[in-house]
Design a protein around this ligand. Structure first.
Ligand code: FAD
Length: 357
């Protein structure tokens, strides 16, 4: 089925025939690009090493923090040649529909060969919608890039890795697992920072009307409010140490043992789905197939059985320590260090003996 032609060539604000160029759709907060999105820049850079000539970063929102984040993006990696900012109240709230339309618009203007975002709730929400608007199939949860068309991604809850080759038309849309692509270190490279330009949004509303007609009502979702954990600890997705508790903690009060240990080790708190479903902790702490994917230096699991769906979210951790009172618990099959014991004895002892961080 042919899509209607949306934008006349004269409305393109930058080159419409780029070969081998990548657009990173990035998220920002408090004037900085979020670490997940910086990992997407790393992935884009590895495409650049596979023949793609340039990396552009797209940021949207409004106010001074957007411009601060643009400066951050411009200096994030020498391979970033351009930062595009869409400065509008339309992108102030993280609603997927206007963002997907924005990605579509920027693709029309820039003709990228690849578009990448992190595989977190931001990327998972926007990229499939953008792919549908662009009439291409996205490749999700990429953990490795072999060349500009060949990607590795986990299947069967992480029990197998599949190498897929993209044979569709441009753009090739990817979401990447940020745990597989390190956040780029700020380089001392003398290369000039990337240029920062504004996205031409003059066609944006026109595009909305056309898509309203062909696809969905944009008013289907409505921004109400956003809350965040008022927790001083590191972000679960990027923490170097993660301390996870399972159903065995029995209640929210006991879960404080996990929180105290995490605080002592400077780590983030994680939980199994059973612990979340039982209401011990909020669901943004869930690790696993339907929760967060983590790969810290140290992952400690207390009273976690090691169900396949949980392992899917943490099996790439560098060192896994498990404490469980059942010697046959499957978590021991992936653990580097295992202790068969009662967590209600082990955690207090650790809290007592570990030095303050
Ligand atoms: P249990 O399986 O009940 O294990 C508790 C463990 O604690 C047991 O091994 C027990 O021996 C041990 N224990 C008990 N008392 C003590 C004690 N005093 N000291 C030490 N050890 C003790 N789960 C996730 O975690 N993340 C996901 O993203 C996820 N997604 C899912 C998606 C789907 C589609 C489905 C079907 C399931 C999903 N699950 C997920 C659920 C998953 O299958 C398991 O049910 C869940 O992980 C079990 O959590 P648990 O290990 O806390 O509880």
């Amino acid at each position: 089925k042919k899509r209607p032609f949306l934008f006349p060539a004269s409305s393109h604000s930058f080159s419409s025939s780029r070969h081998g160029s990548t657009l990173v759709v990035a998220e920002h907060d408090s004037g900085a690009v979020k670490p997940h999105s910086l990992s997407a820049v790393t992935a884009a850079t590895s495409l650049a090493g596979n023949g793609n000539s340039s990396v552009s970063v797209l940021l949207a929102g409004s106010g001074p923090s957007l411009h601060q984040a643009a400066s951050h993006a411009a200096s994030s990696h020498p391979s970033v040649s351009q930062v595009l900012i869409a400065d509008s109240e339309k992108f102030k709230s993280p609603l997927a529909e206007p963002w997907a339309k924005l990605v579509h618009l920027v693709q029309q203007q820039g003709g990228y060969s690849h578009i990448i975002a992190a595989s977190n709730s931001f990327g998972k929400n926007i990229m499939p919608r953008a792919a549908a608007l662009l009439d291409v199939s996205p490749i999700t949860d990429v953990t490795g890039i072999s060349d500009a068309q060949t990607f590795v991604r986990p299947i069967y809850a992480g029990n197998a890795l599949c190498t897929v080759r993209y044979t569709g038309s441009n753009p090739c849309i990817l979401t990447i697992r940020s745990t597989s692509f390190p956040v780029p270190q700020k380089s001392n490279d003398s290369k000039a920072e990337a240029s920062i330009s504004q996205v031409n949004l003059s066609n944006f509303d026109e595009a909305l009307i056309i898509f309203f007609w062909i696809s969905a009502d944009l008013n289907k979702s409505r921004y109400i409010y956003q809350t965040s954990q008022d927790d001083e600890g590191p972000d679960l997705g990027n923490a170097r140490v993660v301390i996870t508790g399972g159903r065995a903690l029995k209640n929210a009060e006991n879960f404080k043992l996990i929180e105290n240990l995490a605080k002592k080790l400077g780590g983030a708190v994680g939980a199994t789905r059973a612990a979340v479903d039982a209401g011990f902790v909020p669901n943004d702490l869930q690790v696993g197939q339907t929760g967060k994917i983590v790969a810290p230096e140290l992952y400690m699991a207390f009273g976690v059985s090691g169900a396949i769906q949980h392992l899917a979210g943490m099996r790439d951790s560098k060192v896994i320590v498990a404490v469980n009172n059942d010697a046959d618990a499957p978590i021991f099959q992936v653990a580097d260090y295992g202790l068969v014991g009662d967590l209600f004895e082990v955690i207090p002892e650790l809290l007592e003996k570990l030095p303050e961080k």
